[in-house]
Design a binder for this molecule. Structure first.
Ligand code: CMX
Length: 433
């Protein structure tokens, strides 16, 4: 058996016992309350989901299975002489909770390579769309078309016991993770390079090969892709893409269709699409000012113009975080090492200096600091990936890893159909009397 699958199988029994005992011995204990403001306000901070894959502290930021981003960068296996962690190693960590050995991470790479043949009808489904279709639409169409390969859907039709659900969900997860870079690079080359596709390089790791299939051979871009794929993978379970995948999966919808739903959520400008919006905002600013790097005064005025027009500053603020996103800082460190003189990086750094002050003065947002999406575009542009409407696809390939690990565990632990209660405004008024 593939060793990641057996490592996962070993973890499931004890976790089932833990959850069963929590349910049995403490099922009636209260862990929070819901205010009227929360019910009307996007359920912020309501504690009603359980996931061990990652946890988000408002001040410290994300931990993947207990490890911070700097710890992941240090401790996870890398390519020979590599500096950034392998996403394959993160997949092992997210799935099992353990840091894998180099050999185990390499086995994941080999397994993903083995499963990476994208069905022809998926390519055709993407190619049939008008070329000006948004890449995120192409991505969900592609993932939907990939669903013909779902082991979970097949096994469910054949009749499967609840305890077995995790196994085909795991198989589907591996297939999806293997084929997503192929699908994403197919979209990239179809949309921006007249369909001139590039075949895989079997000698490369998963993220390195993704860069290769996109047509970007710069070794530092491959490093960036490894880092990018690690840091965007998960952000605990309540964010829109994770929550949507979980919710749809709770109806025993297979992992392909559940992920497609989550990816649709990621395509919102308040969530993953913010990475393209940051670049669009910067591009507009440069065009209006007629300069590559504006002055701080020009930047401040542009920020106020956006706020006074009733729009958000993309890449700033967060529903949970209350300090600069460590995913932002990891990308900033990368930029300081590999592209310190890049003019767009200078502009992004200037935004880091100016925008939090402006947002604080504006006085609405609870968190004036930059999030992950504020930085990613400038790194991509540096390596020639300047088609900014493609950026959320890259986010989606990475995010698939976290949300699908979560889905496998939800099936392993037998989490039921999700069905919260909605109330009417009449009921609310009655309650608060
Ligand atoms: N620019 C302007 N106003 C902002 C703002 C920003 N960057 N961030 C928050 N606000 C405003 C909100 O729109 C809200 O205004 P109203 O009271 O008029 O509705 C007010 O400040 C309070 O919001 P909040 O409690 O601080 O933030 P929320 O939890 O409601 O929203 C988020 C969080 C991310 C949607 C919001 O900060 C935002 O719109 N940011 C810009 C878009 C963005 O970068 N999204 C990416 C997030 C990361 C990701 O998921 O990829």
């Amino acid at each position: 058996m593939f060793s990641l699958k057996s490592a996962l199988a070993e973890k499931i029994g004890p976790m089932r016992e833990r959850v069963a005992s929590l349910r049995k011995e403490h099922g009636d204990k209260v862990i929070g309350e819901v205010t009227v403001a929360q019910a009307l306000g996007g359920m912020r901070s309501v504690k009603c989901m359980v996931s061990d894959i990652s946890a988000l502290d408002p001040l410290e930021g994300i931990r993947f299975r207990g490890l911070t981003i700097p710890e992941c960068r240090e401790r996870l296996p890398k390519v020979p002489n590599g500096t950034e962690p392998l996403p394959e190693a993160l997949l092992w960590l997210l799935m099992t909770g353990d840091v894998p050995s180099q050999e185990q991470a390499d086995e994941v790479t080999a397994e993903l390579r083995k499963r990476s043949e994208l069905p022809d009808h998926v390519r055709k489904a993407v190619d049939s769309l008008p070329v000006d279709t948004h890449p995120m639409t192409m991505l969900t169409v592609g993932i939907g078309a990939m669903q013909t390969e779902s082991e979970f859907a097949k096994r469910y039709q054949q009749g499967m016991r609840k305890e077995e659900y995790w196994e085909p969900a795991f198989e589907d997860t591996m297939t999806i993770m293997a084929q997503l870079p192929v699908l994403a690079s197919h979209i990239y080359r179809h949309k921006y390079f007249d369909g001139k596709h590039i075949g895989p390089d079997e000698s490369l790791d998963w993220a390195g090969n993704f860069a290769h299939m996109m047509g970007v051979e710069n070794a530092n871009f491959k490093k960036l892709m490894r880092l990018y794929m690690v840091i965007h993978s998960d952000h605990e379970a309540g964010n829109v893409s994770a929550h949507t995948t979980h919710l749809v999966g709770s109806a025993l919808t297979d992992p392909f269709l559940s992920l497609a739903a989550g990816i649709n959520g990621l395509a919102g400008p308040l969530h993953g699409l913010a990475n393209q919006e940051v670049l669009r905002w910067i591009q507009n600013l440069r065009e209006q000012m007629g300069v590559e790097v504006p002055t701080e005064e020009q930047l401040e005025k542009a920020l106020w113009d956006t706020l006074n027009a009733g729009q958000v500053i993309p890449g700033f603020g967060h529903a949970v975080l209350r300090k600069t996103d460590p995913r932002y800082m990891a990308q900033r460190e990368f930029a300081l090492e590999y592209l310190p003189e890049d003019p767009l990086f200078k502009l992004v750094s200037m935004l880091f200096n100016v925008a939090p002050r402006v947002l604080s003065e504006h006085g609405k947002t609870k968190n004036p600091w930059p999030n992950v999406d504020s930085h990613s575009g400038c790194l991509l542009v540096h390596f020639g990936v300047d088609q900014y409407d493609f950026y959320t696809v890259l986010f989606g390939v990475s995010r698939a890893m976290g949300v699908l690990c979560n889905l496998v565990w939800s099936r392993a632990l037998g989490f039921p159909l999700e069905r919260p209660k909605s109330v009417t405004t009449d009921w609310l008024l009655e309650q608060v009397k």
